[in-house]
Design a protein around this ligand. Structure first.
Ligand SMILES: [Zn+2]
Length: 344
């Protein structure tokens, strides 16, 4: 889909979300209704900071996966620290989109319908709970914004290497602006993923909030840091500081952008999937550079006998792994992403 974005806002000084008006120079936090559970409203928190001066609208989403706590905390911290007097433009922040997952400490999916929210955007107003949540957030918040940063990290069961993801659309202007945002985070690895996705990982990146925003003309990036249900200040800070630096580059703050360290570009991703069940012993960690054909882990039985040698299909860097001892056949254990030939 390559439809041009249509500006919905009738008044440039006002921001309207589900009929709630936030006037210029003010901040408002409330709970927006996104679906119903057994006939009762399902609401999620939103904060809109409408700056004293005119400028771009930047949407910050987090908690699409309800246990990625560092990213949720970074969004909450942004809500509580950016003041209208310091802001040119508007921040629209939804820090916990998958509130049922957050409340029930459920990784990856919404426990009310077991759907992964980040596979079903732009949602469906007549669909299941997650599809309605996706539709409401996408139409009421994302499509009223000029830019989108979606915050993630390793989920409860997942280790990751911090990285920025840019979903390439083929629209040069949008892709250039997304890359520009990515380059102002102080996170080394930038992974560019086009619509051909990841072999063996169906449909993705289609259905993700950033891909669906980008193909509709809204430059967007994913920022990923933190892992395994921990709250670690270094990761909260790298996300929070990265957003503020993007705001500086968009001239939303009256400060010059801070310099960041050099970036390493990542390209095609490949998954490694178990073919047996047993006990999992990885021999590499996130950030490890691996070569094609290298053994990166084993699956053993209780006697210690190796049932399966896990082999890297490409030369690249380990971006994420699931370091859980119990493993079943058909589970994704590693994501390995290739370096461009010049950097390899
Ligand atoms: Zn996530």
């Amino acid at each position: 889909m390559r439809a041009k974005k249509i500006r919905i806002m009738p008044y440039p000084d006002l921001v309207e979300v589900q009929g709630v008006i936030v006037e210029r120079g003010s901040v408002k936090s409330w709970e927006m209704e996104v679906s119903e559970v057994s006939g009762f409203p399902l609401k999620i928190p939103i904060t809109v900071v409408n700056g004293n001066q005119v400028g771009p609208r930047l949407c910050i989403t987090a908690g699409i996966h309800g246990c990625e706590y560092d990213s949720i905390e970074a969004a909450i911290r942004l809500s509580n620290t950016i003041k209208p007097a310091d802001l040119k433009g508007t921040l629209l922040i939804t820090p916990i989109i998958n509130l049922p997952g957050f409340q029930q400490k459920t990784p990856h999916v919404c426990p009310l319908d077991n759907l992964n929210l980040n596979r079903i955007f732009p949602g469906n107003p007549k669909g299941s709970i997650s599809q309605q949540v996706a539709y409401t957030v996408f139409t009421q918040v994302v499509m009223k914004s000029d830019y989108l940063i979606d915050l993630h990290g390793g989920d409860l069961t997942e280790s990751i290497l911090p990285h920025i993801m840019v979903k390439i659309t083929g629209q040069d202007s949008v892709d250039a602006q997304s890359r520009f945002m990515a380059q102002h985070f102080d996170i080394e690895h930038i992974w560019e993923l086009d619509s051909s996705g990841i072999p063996g990982y169906p449909n993705y990146p289609k259905g993700s909030i950033t891909y669906e925003a980008s193909v509709r003309g809204i430059p967007a990036i994913v920022a990923e840091a933190g892992e395994r249900g921990k709250m670690e200040e270094q990761y909260v800070k790298v996300l929070y500081d990265g957003i503020k630096n993007v705001m500086r580059t968009l001239k939303m703050l009256d400060e010059d952008p801070l310099p960041v360290k050099g970036h390493t570009l990542l390209e095609r991703g490949r998954i490694v999937v178990s073919e047996t069940s047993g006990l999992f012993y990885p021999s590499v960690s996130c950030g490890s550079r691996v070569s094609k054909g290298e053994e990166i882990g084993e699956i053993k039985d209780l006697s210690g006998t190796v049932k399966e040698n896990l082999i890297s299909p490409v030369e690249g860097i380990v971006l994420s792994l699931i370091p859980l001892m119990a493993v079943n056949s058909g589970e994704i254990l590693f994501l390995i992403v290739e370096l461009p030939k010049a950097n390899a």
